[in-house]
Design a protein around this ligand. Structure first.
Ligand SMILES: C=C(O[C@H]1C=CC=C(C(=O)O)[C@@H]1O)C(=O)O
Length: 401
């Protein structure tokens, strides 16, 4: 569906007054967008350029666009346009409210059901090997639903997530709806830069291939070395880098991976990462449109993209919504940064749904992939004050809720 500019502005929702609409706390500081804000008419990826062009054309110079693109390119995005401030990262003590005092956590699906889905995906790949459009990689995710006795404090969660200086802690306000009368916030600690644009300079830093961090430094190094030496993980990673290079190439006059593939880490995970750098042909290309062109990469979807997305819908029992989408911000000049929305949870009053996925390629071990998703929940579980080992169990409870 294509919509004209006047229609785009006509359908914009009523302004939102003083409220944080989006926030990013990362290695280069803090970006905060707060009301008064206008939600840009929600729509799918096919209509994004028209809507963003209309919004940027009428924007005051101090107003940014920020928010979230959903995993599904046909679903509605959530983008806000509002005054935005840049500042150093706040220091100091976390606000009160965490760890959660009483809670119940349910794995949806259970780890074994997830492992069964991985087995089915591996079966499809084995059957199709060598055929046209054969499935080469798929990223399968699962969720943990946390019910808390008290509202989950987003501000406190953000301050705990940003304690890991290797990630970008983020929050995006999602609109209220009949199913979400309290509104929702997508909140997480992403280690993965989808795309950053400054002037003509463009950077992407895809991650794929993972191992959990270990408390013992010798074991930790051994896990990292094994990850780097794993041909299965290197293959899983290379598919992401190839896809990003192919997508960015038409926008760029120079494009390269100057450092090759390296190990990178957060407090809870090791990853394979490749920094991609380019120079744009057109300095005015908005960062949000680069993000939309790239998204979803094989770090969260698969190869070939459309087939992997179809199998994800069939194999995952819980809709992804904004998990594995993109979150970020874009200035009127087009400069901005967009991150892959992983290591995150959708929070709605007393409920949080945590998401984690793992890339599956021939050679993947279903139970090891279930354990990997368990480790990837670690950042959010730690921040909420919930036990790590619960991620592999069915239902876990602490106190009365
Ligand atoms: C899909 C996720 O991670 C992606 C990013 C880094 C490593 C990944 C992996 O090794 O599977 C995933 O591609 C997630 O954390 O939910």
């Amino acid at each position: 569906m294509n919509i004209c500019l006047s229609e785009a502005s006509k359908k914009s929702a009523a302004p939102v007054s003083d409220q944080v609409l989006f926030g990013f706390d990362g290695p280069s500081g803090r970006i905060l967008g707060r009301g008064p804000a206008q939600q840009i008419t929600a729509g799918n990826a096919a209509t994004l350029e028209t809507r963003v062009t209309a919004a940027l054309a009428t924007a005051a110079p101090d107003k940014m666009i920020g928010g979230a693109l959903p995993f599904d390119r046909d679903a509605d995005d959530c983008l806000w346009q509002c005054p935005c401030s840049e500042a150093p990262l706040p220091r100091g003590i976390a606000p009160q409210g965490l760890p959660l005092p009483s809670w119940e956590m349910t794995a949806e699906p259970a780890a074994q059901v997830y492992a069964d889905a991985v087995t089915r995906a591996l079966g499809i790949m084995a059957e199709e090997t060598g055929g046209p459009d054969a499935l080469e990689k798929i990223v399968l995710a699962r969720t943990l639903l946390v019910e808390s006795a008290v509202p989950i404090p987003v501000e406190a969660l953000m301050s705990r997530l940003r304690a890991d200086r290797s990630v970008t802690a983020f929050r995006v306000a999602l609109p209220k709806g009949p199913d979400h009368p309290h509104g929702r916030t997508l909140c997480g600690a992403t280690p993965e830069l989808l795309v950053e644009k400054r002037g003509r300079r463009v950077i992407s830093h895809p991650l794929a291939g993972s191992a959990p961090r270990q408390a013992d430094p010798v074991a930790d190094r051994a896990f990292a070395d094994a990850l780097f030496g794993s041909s299965k993980d290197q293959r899983e990673h290379a598919l992401v880098v190839e896809s990003i290079l192919d997508t960015l190439a038409p926008f760029c006059r120079e494009l390269s991976c100057p450092e090759g593939t390296r190990l990178t880490s957060t407090r809870s995970m090791w990853h394979l990462g490749t920094r991609i750098e380019g120079r744009l042909k057109d300095e005015g290309t908005p960062s949000v449109l680069l993000a939309s062109a790239l998204h979803p990469t094989p770090a969260v979807c698969g190869v070939p993209r459309a087939r992997a997305a179809g199998f994800i819908k069939a194999l995952e029992p819980v809709a992804r919504d904004f998990y594995a989408g993109a979150v970020g911000w874009c200035k009127p000049s087009g400069d901005g940064a967009w991150y892959v929305a992983i290591r995150c949870a959708e929070i709605s009053n007393r409920q949080a749904r945590l998401y984690a996925g793992a890339g599956i390629v021939p050679g993947s071990d279903p139970m090891a992939e279930a354990a990997e998703t368990g480790a990837k929940f670690g950042a959010l579980l730690t921040a909420l004050g919930l036990p790590q080992d619960a991620a592999l169990q069915g239902v876990v409870r602490n106190g009365e809720i």
